[in-house]
Design a protein around this ligand. Sequence first.
Ligand code: ADP
Length: 580
Amino acid sequence: MKTFFRLVKLAWPLKWGMVLATLVGFLTIGSAIGLMATSAWLISMAALHPSVAALGVAIVGVRFFGIARGVFRYLERLVSHEVTFRLLSRLRVWFYRGVEPLAPAILERYRSGDLLSRVVSDIDTLQNFYLRVLAPPLVAVVTGLGMWLLLGAYNPVFAFAFLGFYILAGVGVPWLTHLLSKRLAARSVVLRSDLNASLVDGIQGMAELVAFGQEDRQNARIEKLNRELVRVQVRLGAINALQGSLGSLLTNVAAWTILVLAIPIVRNGQMDPVYLALVVLATLASFEAVLPLGQAFQYLAISLVAADRLFEIVDKAPPVRTLPATGPTQAATETGDYSLEVKDISFSYEPGQPDALQNLTFSLRPGQSIALVGESGAGKSTLANLLLRFWDYERGEIRLGGRDLKTIPPEEVRNIIGLVSQRTHLFNATIRENLAIANPKADQAAIEAACQQAQIHDFITGLPQGYATPVGEFGMALSGGERQRLSIARAILKNAPILVLDEPTANLDRQNEQLVMQALHSLMKDRSTILITHRLVDLAGFEEILVLRSGQVIERGDQSHLLQEKGLFNRLWQLQTAPV
Ligand code: ADP
């Protein structure tokens, strides 16, 4: 019930569109009833051979209702689809706004296929919420009321008989359908989402699946899900058919009942016989309003499951909370103070998990560069996650420009601290568009200057389409080194005063590593830099190097100092510089 009201609340701003669509929906059915009623009266009356003048109004009525029905049906489709598409766009924006603050900490827990399926198929499912769940009952209620008044005007007996069947067809049958299809509907939503997720997984991991000969297993899994989904849909189809037949049966039984009730009333002279066909045929036509209600219940069940899946994600508390400021609040961009102080930071990803960082302390003055080195899993990227406010820390303190990091909104932090990470995401767009996301205001000259600094300009101009070259899905058309240099060009365009370089040369060969490092040196000029790396190359210029192991700093100092120490740094250095 709560989910239902939350959905209604989301759709609330579109209420006037819905009211209009409901009204036009009612007018469509009203015209159908009017058409049947006036035709019935006209034919009955005509049988009595009256003058043509006596039939004139009814003839106009038949024409009017005949045309009006078509026009209103068209308008109803137009208005209700307009409302539906507006609702869809609202839902998409609402969901995206809810999801964005969760990235990346919470979204990491979901399969990308699963998220995709929520964004696409669950939201699509909800397009039915207005069209097939909310609107039909409203139209049915208004139609029922209208018919109650119409039949009651002839005889209250008709009104009661009509209401009995109307409620049975409008509430009884849908309720039965709901009971029969509730579990199946929920299952079909989950199955469809699983199937989508498996398909996306399968396509993304196709190379690995083929390499390890696992494609048959994945196929079998997809086939199994598909078979199960078809089975569920066949059963839902059967329930639909049952509901359709029960609806038709009740419609006809209602019309017959009214006929049977009307005959003695006409005989007793309590009703003019010309109205006999009218009440029967109007009843027949009015049931058009209740027939979609069975489906409305089914769509209700499906919509609620889909909505719950969306709410589940949107309701997640964001991984970082911005606290009210207690000290200075002036933005670093105004004060020009880009110092960074990290004091005694300890952090674990989950309660009970060992600390990924323990008592880390260092400071970074503007223009200074420090390096964080250590083997994989030492906790280096964790620091980047904390500095960029992807995760919140509990123990210790970080100050940026003298302000507590937790009081600075994440967007502001990310304008001050630029990240070049080991995984650069490139969008399936042109090189220029991919660069412009770092600074949408940058013109071509600025973009080219950044690319020159990042040592990628010559490569780009050598491409047949230059900056307009599409990079393919995930930048597949580029090599790892080219992607990294584009990422550096982005950081230059963004012009953040503090840089976090997280393994920028990981997965690159020597030659590319050299190119990327050259590009990085030009990027690091006039900026403070934290380089996170397990490769000990080009560290001579760094003022301080922190050597991390299992989240703890075990050595610190500049390169020559650390080499003399003969500790872990020295050992790693020997390993990495040893001739192969
Ligand atoms: P490094 O960058 O030095 O390779 P990380 O900072 O990525 O190391 O990881 C440090 C520790 O934290 C590792 O034990 C890793 O398993 C754990 N870890 C990293 N990311 C997560 C995460 N999102 N959730 C839980 N544990 C994580």
